[in-house]
Design a protein. Structure first.
Length: 137
């Protein structure tokens, strides 16, 4: 399962604090029933667009990983929770809303992994054949 969250109008101080983001990544896996197997890693990004600076971090969990990217000047963040184990996405989202004091958000849940394959799964060979045919035209 892959939970994708876009949070808007989050608390500025939380989006700028390396300590706060570290604590989130350190404690959140336990809150959603996952098993942290690495220490969180956080980087500060400053690029050519000043308002796009922020913190990016991730933690590896036994079930996969959790990542976060903050954009303080936009009061925006995105979080991905990728797990081969099902989890309560409503609980995961509500905890994030409270923690980062997010005023509005969008979320998506994607089913991923071998246990979600069925007859409608695209055969990669067919996909490659379509690309070859398209490139010949």
């Amino acid at each position: 399962m892959h939970l994708v969250i876009d949070g808007y109008e989050a608390k500025y101080n939380h989006l700028t604090s390396t300590d706060f983001v570290y604590k989130f990544l350190n404690e959140y896996p336990d809150h959603i029933g996952m098993n942290k197997i690495s220490e969180p890693l956080i980087h500060t990004y400053r690029g050519p667009v000043p308002e796009d600076w922020g913190l990016s971090g991730f933690v590896i969990i036994a079930e996969s990983h959790i990542s976060i990217h903050t954009f303080p000047e936009r009061r925006y963040l995105n979080i991905d929770v990728f797990s081969c184990k099902d989890f309560d996405t409503d609980n995961a989202c509500s905890h994030l809303l409270r923690l980062f004091q997010i005023k509005s958000f969008k979320s998506w849940t994607l089913k991923r992994g071998l246990d979600h394959m069925d007859g409608t799964t695209i055969n990669s060979n067919l996909f490659l054949d379509r690309l070859t045919i398209k490139s010949r035209q």
